[in-house]
Write a protein that binds this ligand. Structure first.
Ligand SMILES: NC(=O)C1=CN([C@@H]2O[C@H](COP(=O)(O)OP(=O)(O)OC[C@H]3O[C@@H](n4cnc5c(N)ncnc54)[C@H](O)[C@@H]3O)[C@@H](O)[C@H]2O)C=CC1
Ligand SMILES: O=C([O-])CC(=O)C(=O)O
Length: 305
């Protein structure tokens, strides 16, 4: 998707740096062969490597997907002790070798806390440049609302995912809009079922139960959506959800990577301010914020142990 122009546009040539661990180098060679066989005009080079220093050398964008996935019955935070050290190493390598304006998307779970750790170990790169992926949750929510209302998924916008990419996240459709026959209406009016709106679960666990593996295709698409919007900008008056460093907006704890509604322009994101938040939403935001603070202190104790 990246190499065929879905992220940086149809006129932007690129070089892909592909990082994996030493036992996977043979498999990675196969990926390199397939990329060549795809005959992608925008792909001007591929650098397969097991060395983070080579992988992150002068990169402008980093998709951090290399991490252990959870199995059925696990919570994403169960991956913390296995994965958090990867993001320390990758943060240090980004700090030393990447461009100072590199934009980083963390996909590996627990994504929010891994993004925070990565940023902590890359002090020469602005904290705003480290983000975590909640776009898959947003896309899942939009798809389910579109199906319920009976419109194409592109007609549903402004769904918000607040907080952690975990079971405490708060998927909030109260500001969502649905375009029905050219007229934009509130999703709550289009669905006309408040209980359904509040009870829909946008979790990856159902996919893991069916596939015995994490979401892959939809996660890749969401990563591309996230980076495209960050690099190329969001549509005016519309917002998307991204895990970003919290400034305390909407009462969220500061200095955790918290998913907010953001609008992007000229390569910068801004938290959309002033949206009304009711008591139910406040309670949900507090719960997911608390979990992120707990994950942060657990991550630091794993790293410092
Ligand atoms: N934020 C989100 O919405 C989503 C997050 N995920 C997460 O993404 C991560 C990857 O999931 P899958 O691709 O399904 O797993 P996978 O097991 O299929 O692939 C992981 C790859 O990362 C590599 N890897 C492991 N340690 C590494 C290291 N230190 N450096 C570089 N590469 C390394 C592995 O060798 C493997 O090739 C998991 O943590 C999963 O939970 C997956 C889907 C959605
Ligand atoms: O559920 C998982 O472990 C993988 C993931 O993050 C998702 O699909 O949202």
């Amino acid at each position: 998707m990246v190499a065929k122009g879905d992220v940086f546009g149809p006129n932007q040539p690129l070089i892909l740096h592909l990082l994996d661990i030493p036992p996977m180098m043979g498999v990675l060679e196969g990926v390199v062969m397939e990329l060549a066989d795809c005959a992608l005009p925008l792909l001007h080079g591929v650098v397969p490597t097991d060395d983070p220093a080579v992988a992150f050398k002068d990169v402008s964008a980093a998709f951090l997907v290399g991490a252990m996935p959870r199995k059925q019955g696990m919570e994403r935070k169960d991956l913390l002790s296995a994965n958090v050290k990867i993001f320390k190493v990758q943060g240090e390598a980004l700090d030393k070798h990447a461009k100072k304006d590199v934009k980083v998307l963390v996909v590996g779970n627990p994504a929010n806390t891994n993004a925070l750790v990565c940023s902590k170990y890359a002090p020469s790169i602005p904290k705003e440049n480290f983000t975590a992926m909640t776009r898959l949750d947003q896309n899942r929510a939009q798809a389910q609302i579109a199906q319920k209302v009976g419109v194409p998924v592109g007609n549903v916008t402004n769904v918000i995912i607040w907080g952690n990419h975990s079971s405490t996240q708060f998927p909030d459709a109260s500001h969502a809009l649905v375009n029905i026959s050219g007229k934009e209406v509130k999703a709550t009016e289009a669905v006309k079922d408040d209980n359904w709106m509040r009870s829909v679960s946008f979790s990856g666990a159902a996919v893991i139960a069916a596939r015995k593996m994490s979401s892959a295709m939809s996660a890749a698409k969401a990563a591309c959506d996230h980076m495209r919007d960050w690099f190329l900008g969001t549509v005016p008056d519309k917002f998307v959800s991204m895990g970003v460093i919290s400034d305390g907006s909407y009462g969220a704890p500061k200095d955790v990577v918290f998913s907010f509604p953001v609008a992007t322009k000229a390569g910068k994101w801004q938290i959309v301010q002033g949206l009304p938040v009711d008591d139910f939403a406040k309670k949900m935001l507090a719960a997911t914020g608390k979990e992120l603070e707990e994950e942060k202190s657990e991550a630091m104790s794993v790293i410092e142990a």
